[in-house]
Structures are given as C-alpha cells and as structure tokens.
Design a protein around this ligand. Structure first.
Ligand code: ADP
Ligand code: 5GP
Length: 199
C-alpha cells in the first residue's frame, strides 16, 4: 500500500477541477497538487512550474522516452503527462497527492494504482458548463463547442469513479472534496498501518 493517498480528480474541461483542487490544498495540510507537463501554450496568469510545466513537443517526446511520466494523454489536441517523481514522493514521504487529470489519465492511473481514489467533478447541466468555459475566456467558441462534445463522451466514464462532486455552489463543492479527503484519511486500514495510535 502507498503511504500517501492518490486523489484523482477528473471530469470535463470547465467543470471546476483546478479551482476545487487549489482551494482544498489551501485548507488541508499534507496535500500536494501534482504539476503536470503539457505541450499546450501558457495562458495569461499561469505560472510555469506552478500551474503546469510547459514543454515543447520534442521535450515531451524525451519525457516519454526516459520513462519520466506515470501516464500521459492527448487531450483537446495537446499532450499532458504526470511526472513520475510524485508517486515516488507519495511512497517515501506519505504526502497525499491531488491529480487534476482527464478521464484517460484517470483510467491509466487507476490501472496502475488500484488504491487511487477517483473523484468525478461535474456541474448539474451542460448549460452551466458552457457558461463557465465562455466566462473563463481561455478558448475560442469553436474550441468550447469541441470541449462540450467531449464532455458528453467523458460522462460515459462516470461509473468508474468512487465519488461524484456536483459543482454548482463552489463553497459546497469545496466542502465535499475536503470531506472526501478527510474521510479517506480516517479509513481503518490507513490508521492501523500508520503509527498514529500508540495504545
Ligand atoms: P477545469 O479545471 O475543470 O477545466 P476550472 O477550475 O478552470 O475548470 O473552472 C472553469 C471556470 O469556472 C473558471 O473560470 C472557474 O473560476 C469557474 N468556476 C469553477 N467552479 C465554479 C462554481 N462553482 N461557480 C462559478 N464558477 C466556477
Ligand atoms: P487545461 O488545458 O484546460 O488546463 O486542461 C485540459 C485537460 O487536461 C483537463 O481535463 C486536465 O484535467 C487535463 N490534464 C491536466 N494535466 C494532465 C495530466 O498530467 N494527464 C492527463 N491525462 N490529463 C491532464
């Protein structure tokens, strides 16, 4: 069993995965956001190394060749991948990790690490999803329509998840993600495998 929990947060683009993950990391200790590699362009306001590690196609090829990724996937036309060192960190230090990844990446990690806890984030309607993407202003309308089409396909994956968070009210969704993390930390096998009880 891994020492740290792997919280795999997934769901369609614009559903709120990043917003939720970053908020919960501010609230809870011993929880780290996994910074992925990506070949997509850096958006205004994003910081290289904090939000993503932005790399060229050639650099991404090299990462694959060197086995430096736990998983990678082509998402909306760009490649995204999880650095392998985070898993090593969870193994050695016991820190809990949040992976903000697409449904393909979630499926790969679930296959590799069956103890991963899979959480699907979705607003209650496609209209809300569209509105969030439009208001985020990071994609053109044609790209948004493509992401909404992808969202319908991604919904087919929902049955493979342990938890679903309906992200309409942000505060409520933050509460729910925090509650899931805290509950998983209280699992009997986790507590008994640790040295937290000394009786
Ligand atoms: P994802 O990481 O899943 O692509 P984001 O976290 O970037 O999604 O959220 C998409 C947009 O919706 C962002 O502009 C974010 O600020 C906004 N947002 C997220 N959750 C809510 C919410 N519950 N209510 C209103 N806006 C939200
Ligand atoms: P965005 O470009 O909007 O930040 O992210 C697009 C999609 O890529 C989102 O669904 C996000 O969760 C996903 N993603 C981000 N990092 C990774 C990763 O390392 N692996 C995979 N498979 N998907 C990722």
């Amino acid at each position: 069993m891994l020492k740290g929990n792997l919280f795999i947060v997934s769901g369609p683009s614009g559903s709120g995965k990043t917003t939720l993950s970053k908020n919960v990391i501010e609230r809870l200790d011993n929880l780290k956001f996994v910074v992925s590699y990506t070949t997509r362009r850096q958006r205004e306001g994003e910081i290289n190394g904090i939000d993503y590690k932005f790399v060229t196609d050639e650099e991404f090829d090299q990462l694959i060749e060197n086995d430096s990724l736990s998983e990678w996937a082509l998402v909306h036309g760009y490649r995204y991948g999880t650095p392998v060192e985070y898993i090593e960190l969870a193994e050695s230090s016991g820190v809990d990790l949040i992976f903000d990844i697409d449904v393909q990446g979630a499926s790969s990690l679930r296959t590799k690490f069956s103890e991963g806890i899979c959480i699907f984030v979705i607003p209650s309607s496609l209209d809300i999803l569209k509105q969030r993407l439009v208001e985020r202003k990071t994609e053109e309308l044609a790209e948004i329509d493509k992401r909404l089409d992808d969202a319908k396909k991604e919904m087919n994956e929902i049955r493979n998840y342990d938890y679903i968070i309906i992200n309409d009210s942000l505060n409520e969704a933050i509460e729910h993600l925090s509650a899931i993390i805290v509950a998983e930390r209280c699992r009997r096998e986790r507590i008994l495998n640790s040295s937290k009880i000394n009786i």
